[in-house]
Design a protein around this ligand. Structure first.
Ligand code: ATP
Ligand code: FE
Length: 335
């Protein structure tokens, strides 16, 4: 089975070709334009998708060595995401599926972040059902109980900012360019995580909150810069390491709680923030410390990509879960 997958929910235009669970090509065109604005500008994102989609799909097919006449089906991201961005991907997927007369498959972006673990990849194990997924990205922070490919429920999520936003907004306070998450990670590796103490928010159950932490960091920086104008420059590594440390602690507290509540000891992480080296290391340590088995996807399947849309597309194809051409994009979509 050959699936062409298209992802255009935010600011990356992505296309992938899968042969069953194997990725033949996985192409992403990143939109540098947003860096100038310190965040994604929806109108610009939509326009860039329109420019990128044809060449990105073309390259994905060429790299896979597949002619479009060989495709079995086309999968696309239905939502959640930016409406103008989603529409570019869905319109393209619809018209191509229609012209080739092959099935059209809609995919929930957050299901895809969870199921990216089922891509065949040497050196990467697949979790067994049921497992706990923690999706940590620019727009979401969720703990999900995954019972099967199509049966999953959110058991905890953020009540305000996503963890990716906590990274990006902290980075902004430090004057780092957008998206700042990867830079905090980079500097954190050179710093002392115990240099500065931040307090964890008190949130009931398995839910998260990150907006208070952002304010805490802002006040902390303002206070110190007042005393020493070079505070940030002189202590960047330690500040980043301390910020990353408190975020990891917040995440780990809740996973531990989720393991206790469900009795499930398989933890799979997904979403852009799972690229974070501190989170990866802490989870690895938890394997021997708590007897968990943890799953971290290959780097290219953590941030937004079309291969993860393709693996869900393949699973849906096997179960004949197809859409008709009247299917609409949804900025918000039920889980
Ligand atoms: P969603 O999937 O919820 O719609 P999104 O698609 O914007 O959101 P992703 O592409 O999955 O999110 O992830 C992007 C986020 O991941 C950004 O906030 C970015 O800063 C963060 N990120 C990427 N790499 C790292 C890293 N090494 N450490 C911390 N954060 C990181
Ligand atoms: Fe995403």
């Amino acid at each position: 089975i050959y699936i062409l997958a298209i992802e255009s929910s935010c600011d990356d235009t992505a296309a992938a070709v899968l042969k069953d669970s194997k990725v033949l090509s996985n192409v992403v065109a990143r939109q540098g334009i947003h860096e100038e604005y310190g965040g994604v500008v929806p109108e610009l994102a939509s326009r860039a998708h329109q420019q990128n989609i044809v060449p990105v799909v073309d390259v994905a097919l060429k790299k896979a060595g597949i002619d479009k006449s060989e495709l079995s089906g086309i999968a696309f991201t239905q939502g959640p995401g930016l409406m103008g961005s989603l529409l570019v991907g869905s319109s393209f997927a619809k018209s191509l599926a229609m012209s080739l007369n092959i099935p059209l498959i809609s995919v929930h972006h957050m299901h895809a972040h969870v199921l990216a673990h089922f891509i065949d990849e040497e050196g990467y194990d697949k979790p067994e059902f049921p497992f706990l997924a923690m999706t940590i990205s620019g727009g979401h922070t969720q703990i999900i109980k995954v019972n099967s490919f199509f049966d999953m429920q959110i058991i905890g999520e953020t009540t305000d900012d996503a963890v990716g936003e906590a990274f990006d907004k902290s980075a902004k306070i430090l004057g780092l360019p957008y998206p700042g998450g990867p830079l905090i990670d980079k500097y954190a590796q050179l710093g002392n995580p115990k240099a500065y103490q931040f307090t964890k928010p008190k949130v009931d159950g398995l839910n998260f909150s990150f907006s208070g932490l952002k304010t805490q960091i802002l006040y902390f920086i303002q206070k110190n810069v007042k005393e020493n104008p070079n505070f940030i420059e002189e202590n960047t590594n330690d500040i980043c390491a301390s910020i990353q440390n408190i975020i990891i602690q917040i995440l780990m507290d809740k996973i531990k709680m989720a393991v206790e509540e469900t009795g499930i000891k398989q933890i799979a992480i997904g979403g852009g923030v799972s690229a974070n080296s501190g989170i990866r290391n802490t989870l690895k340590e938890a394997e021997s410390k708590y007897g968990w088995k943890t799953f971290v996807p290959k780097f290219e399947y953590t941030t937004d990509n079309a291969a993860m849309i393709g693996i869900v597309g393949y699973q849906k194809y096997l179960e004949n879960k197809f859409e008709d051409y009247s299917v609409t994009s949804k900025a918000r979509i039920e889980f």
